[in-house]
Design a protein around this ligand. Structure first.
Ligand code: PMP
Length: 423
C-alpha cells in the first residue's frame, strides 16, 4: 500500500527496534497465536485491556492449584503461603511505583474503585459545601462521575480545565482555576482517547503551592511509562492490573501514608478491623483498613507476576519501542485520505484515535474485525471529550510492545479499504 511504503521510504522505521525481540516476546502471549475470521489476530485494543503473558496465567494456575487459601487468618500452611504471596505482590507494586512504604499500596478492583475510594473516603471527610474539585476536559468517566456523586453529597463544585485542539492540557488555565476553595485536583496521566501524556509533575507542583492534594489516574500510564510516585510527589495514584498485562478485577491505589491515615474506611467488614463490639469498632492499620473482606488474592499475585514480567523487559525499552511504533502508525494512518487523527500532543503514548469522513466509527470497527483486527470504537467512556472534538464516536487503535510494524501495515491497509468501500 502506497501510504505505508512512503512511510518506509521516509525512514521512520530505519532505526533498530529499540533492542526488543518482539517475535520472541509474542511467544509469551498465547492469545496472540490465534486466528480471527481466518486471519491472524491483530490486537489493537490494548487500552481497553491488554493480553496476558503465560507467566501471569501460570501464577493464577499455581495459586488455585497449589496455594488456595484465605489470607491473614489461618495459621495453617496454605494460608501462610497465600498470605506471603499476596503480601509479596504488594512489595512488588511498591517497588514498581517507587512508593516508600508497603502500607501505601492498597489493593482495589481497579482504577474505578481507587478513585471512588478517594472520593468517598477523603472527599466526604475533607470536602465541604462550596469547595471545588478540579479535573481536566480529557478525563475518563471514572474520573468524572465519582466527583459528581461527591459534589451532590456534600454540595461542592466540579471545575474542568480546558485543553487545546492537539489535546494538551492548558496549564495556564489550570493555574487560573486554583484558589482557596480548591480542595482536590484529579487528573489523568495518559489520556485513554488522545494518548496525551500530561505533565503531572508540574500539575502536582502547582497544586502543592496551594497545599492541594492531587490524585493521578494512571490507568493508561502504568503500562507505558516508568512511574515514580515519589518523584511525581502526587498524593494518590490509581491504576488497573488488567491494562498492565495482569488479571481483571485487581488494581492499586497508592496514597501517601499521612493522608490514608487521616481518611475513614471506605467499606466495613472482615480484615479491616482491629476489634469489634456492638458499641464500638476499632479499625485496622494501613493498608488493611481499606481492604475489607476477602480480597482478590489470585489477582494480586497475578499482578505481581505481570509487574515482574514488565520489569524483565524494562519500561524504558518498552517506551522507546512503543514510541517508534507510534511514529510509524501515525504516519501510516495519516496517509489515509479523509482520516483525521484526534490527539496530536507533543508527548503521546501509543493510543491513536481517529475519524474517517463519512464513515461511522462502528463501521470501521466492524470491517476491521472481519480482517482479524481488533480496535475499539465508540465514545471510549469519555463523552465530554467527544463533545469537545465535535464527534459522536471515534475509532481507536492502541498499541503495546507486542505489536509490530507488520500489524500496523495491516491496519492502515484495512482502513484504506474501509474508506474506498464506504465512500
Ligand atoms: N481511567 C482511564 C484513563 C481509563 O482508560 C480507564 C479504563 N478504560 C479507567 C480509568 C477505568 O479503569 P477500570 O475500568 O479498569 O477501573
Amino acid at each position: 500500500m502506497k501510504a505505508v511504503d512512503e512511510t518506509d521510504a521516509a525512514g521512520v522505521w530505519d532505526r533498530p527496534q529499540a533492542g526488543l525481540d518482539v517475535e520472541r516476546i509474542r511467544e509469551d502471549f498465547p492469545v496472540l497465536k490465534q486466528r480471527v475470521h481466518g486471519k491472524p489476530l491483530v490486537y489493537f485494543d490494548n487500552a481497553t485491556t491488554s493480553q496476558k503473558p503465560q507467566v501471569v496465567i501460570d501464577a493464577l494456575y499455581t495459586y488455585y492449584s497449589a496455594e488456595n487459601a484465605s489470607i491473614h487468618r489461618g495459621i495453617h500452611c496454605l494460608s501462610e503461603q497465600a498470605t506471603s504471596a499476596y503480601e509479596g505482590a504488594r512489595s512488588k507494586i511498591k517497588r514498581f511505583l517507587n512508593a516508600s512504604r508497603e502500607r501505601e499500596i492498597i489493593f482495589v478492583r481497579g482504577t474505578t474503585e481507587a478513585i471512588n475510594l478517594v472520593a468517598q473516603s477523603y472527599g466526604r471527610r475533607f470536602i465541604r459545601e462550596g469547595d471545588e474539585i478540579i479535573i481536566s476536559a480529557m478525563e475518563h468517566h471514572s474520573n468524572i462521575v465519582p466527583w459528581q456523586i461527591l459534589c451532590e453529597q456534600v454540595g461542592s463544585r466540579l471545575r474542568v480545565v480546558p485543553i487545546n485542539d492537539d489535546g494538551e492540557l492548558l496549564i495556564e488555565e489550570y493555574e487560573r482555576h486554583l484558589n482557596e476553595k480548591t480542595k482536590l485536583v484529579s487528573v489523568v496521566h495518559v489520556s485513554n482517547v488522545l494518548g496525551t501524556i500530561n505533565p503531572v509533575k508540574q500539575v502536582v507542583e502547582i497544586a502543592h503551592r496551594w497545599n492541594i492534594p492531587v490524585l493521578v489516574d494512571g490507568a493508561q500510564a502504568a503500562p507505558h511509562l516508568r512511574v515514580d510516585v515519589q518523584e511525581l510527589d502526587c498524593d494518590f495514584y490509581a491504576f488497573s492490573g488488567h491494562k498492565l498485562y495482569g488479571p481483571t478485577g485487581i488494581g492499586v491505589l497508592y496514597g501517601k501514608a499521612e493522608l490514608l491515615e487521616a481518611m475513614p474506611p471506605y467499606q466495613g467488614g472482615g480484615d479491616m478491623i482491629r476489634s469489634v463490639t456492638f458499641e464500638k469498632t476499632l479499625y485496622n492499620t494501613l493498608p488493611y483498613k481499606f481492604e475489607a473482606g476477602t480480597p482478590h488474592i489470585a489477582g494480586a499475585i497475578g499482578l505481581g507476576a505481570a509487574v515482574d514480567y514488565v520489569n524483565g523487559i524494562g519500561l524504558d525499552r518498552i517506551f522507546a519501542y512503543e514510541q517508534e511504533l507510534l511514529a510509524y502508525a501515525t504516519a501510516a494512518l495519516s496517509a489515509v485520505k479523509d482520516l483525521r487523527i484526534i490527539g496530536t500532543a507533543q508527548e503521546k503514548a501509543t493510543i491513536i484515535s481517529f475519524v474517517l469522513d463519512g464513515v461511522h466509527a462502528h463501521e470501521i470497527g466492524t470491517v476491521l474485525d472481519q480482517e482479524g483486527i481488533a480496535i475499539r470504537t465508540g465514545h471510549h467512556c469519555a463523552q465530554p471529550l467527544m463533545e469537545r472534538f465535535g464527534v459522536p464516536a471515534m475509532a481507536r487503535a492502541s498499541l503495546v510492545f507486542y505489536n509490530t510494524k507488520e500489524e500496523v501495515v495491516a491496519l492502515a491497509r484495512a482502513v484504506h479499504e474501509v474508506r474506498r468501500v464506504f465512500q
